[in-house]
Design a protein around this ligand. Sequence first.
Ligand code: SF4
Length: 742
Amino acid sequence: MPDTTHYRICPLCEACCGLEIKVSDGKVSSVRGHEADVLSAGYICPKGVALKDLHEDPDRLRAPLIKRNGKFETATWEEAFAEIDRRLPALIAAHGRNATGIVVGNPSAHKIGLLTYFGKLARALGTKNVFSASTLDQMPKQLASGLMFGHWLSIALPDIARTDYLLVLGANPLASNGSMWTVPDFKGKAKAMQARGGKLVVIDPRRTETAAIADAHHFIRPGSDVFLLAAMVQTLFAENLVTLGNVTDWTVGVEQVSLAVAPFTPEVAAPRCGIPADTIRGLARTLATTPRAAVYGRIGTCTQEFGTLASWLIDVINVLTGHLDVPGGVMFAKSAAFASNTAGQSGIGKGVSTGRHHARVSKAPEVYGELPMTCLSEEIETPGTGQIKTLITVATNPVLSSPDGPRLAKALDTLDFMVSMDIYLNETTRHADVILPGVSPLEDLHYDVAFPQLSWRNHARYSPPVFERAANQPEEWQTLLKLAAIVQGKGPHVDANVLDDAQFAEDAQRLFGAHADAVIAATAQFKGPQRGLDVALRSGPYGDQFGRKPEGLNLQKVMASNATGGIDLGELQPRIPEILRTPSGKVELAPALLLQDLKRAVQYLQAPAADLVIIGRRDVRTNNSWMHNLPVLAKGPFRCTALVHPSDAARLNLENGGQAEIRNGERSVQAQVQISSDMMPGVVSLPHGWGHDQPGTQLRVAAQRPGTNLNALLDDQLRDPLSGNAVLGGVAVTMQVLSLAP
Ligand code: SF4
């Protein structure tokens, strides 16, 4: 076999780096950053190299599994679909549509087939019980942005290439390369900012890798970002520092915000967040007086009880300091395809709303079509009409990634039937009756649907598959369509391609009316997600409009740019008012939902500090739990340690390398202690996604050093009431010695 070179967008995290993959004798011989890539310019992190391990992992499932008499047996695809058809439609008929739940995990965001076809399965099911990883770490940001700007993915992104001051809260982009912000080689960009005289300031309960290169770092009490941010906003008003700049004519609600933050003076907020009042004022003044400045917050600011408020206040500060929608401030990407904020009438819209339906047990409101992931266990456990009896999971492992995983594991065992689409037999899929394996990312074509909407620079890139799929392995979108057909009573033998053609014809009629036939003819060379992508590119903001703008984009052109790193669409440009889809046609600075919740926050201003609270942490060598099974990432020092400050270690008699019990009420876990002055006193940090010591999984590398499941400590009843997001940080715990260092 000849040696070949391939160019592939890395699917392992939100940074979406372009990779150069060399293949010799049918095997990956090297993975490097693609120097010509228009987004990442050759950057790669250790995870990207692990694509080889993922592709070759003997534990990765390559054939369906059916559980018989409590044991999984390998099956053909025909047998697997027949088993699902034998059991699932009858259960839906007996218990109703809402008795089936569906859960999707974040790897689906990196697979165009899963992302663009998951909705077809959800619609076929017709259930209200839709859950995703979004309510574990990002829904507050999406809700706050949706309320302010009118769409769930209209996220204001730091214009890092031109800013002179970047304030980062609860994020570690040096390890993550951005989250809800696609920014490969964050470190290089931050260093370039510092080299031109700019400043990076980090606020975090841990001196993270990002904090280590920052010009200043301030510890903050976990969960108190809302108080710090509200006090910064209060300072802006109190010191007459408010200037809206370019968005003056396009913003409403300034006065309401001014009144709402009045109780949050820096003196009141300081003891609550652990940051001196002078520092709070200084941060606000610096932002107000630096012409090019931006505030960015992520997971730490989302995974707390006031997550939506914290996410909102970050952009309130960006607006009030004149940094929204200007170069060097925070700006909006303009995606070539699939972005709702480039479609429909520009500058005005319906905005976003929540609570179109509610969770049956907790009454938590629906947000962006989903219910909180933390409601899943009780929806399975609690009898009554609409009780979840059957479950479909797609690329997700909530037993490890969601609070109170042990409760969820027990609940999953009570289901009448469970189907999982996944590449691993993991802590969640071991509970399934049928597992349908996905393809290796290297066997899949790819175009990022979501991340160009969050990217530091506009671009369009497409990756063809590196390897062919096994002859009998369906593409993932075909599997989703087959499942949709089964739940619709069409049986297991439906040809997914025929079904897709029929659905595409219907969609074309709905979207293009009299031009539908022309669109169908123009895209006839493509099938499945490729066809949808061609339509999205051609009708998008840079598109060829099906020939009316011959110089515009289409899929052929984007495909042709693969070896040269994709198509660069330039740096971010101002988009207000065009991007807005709010009912007022303005930036809505004071949504009623948020002002109301701010009154609740006032009541927590005086809450006493617990002696010890727990937070998670991000490591550059891991993202999803299955990455712990990839040898190149699993090697090296043990990472699932409990970081504690020396003063806490002394107080609690903890020794470096010893074992400790961490307890939250009835829940407890054991973890190895690592003493570190990088921690804020009174805060312990344990990374999440570990706990690979469950029986019946097939993650043999991960099982060698299973680590501790942080989420087993956390209460699934704690959530941000607006977004439904889980509270993963700032939870009070106790620690005690189990054994001293060996
Ligand atoms: S940062 Fe690493 S894991 Fe993320 S896309 Fe880039 S190479 Fe892949």
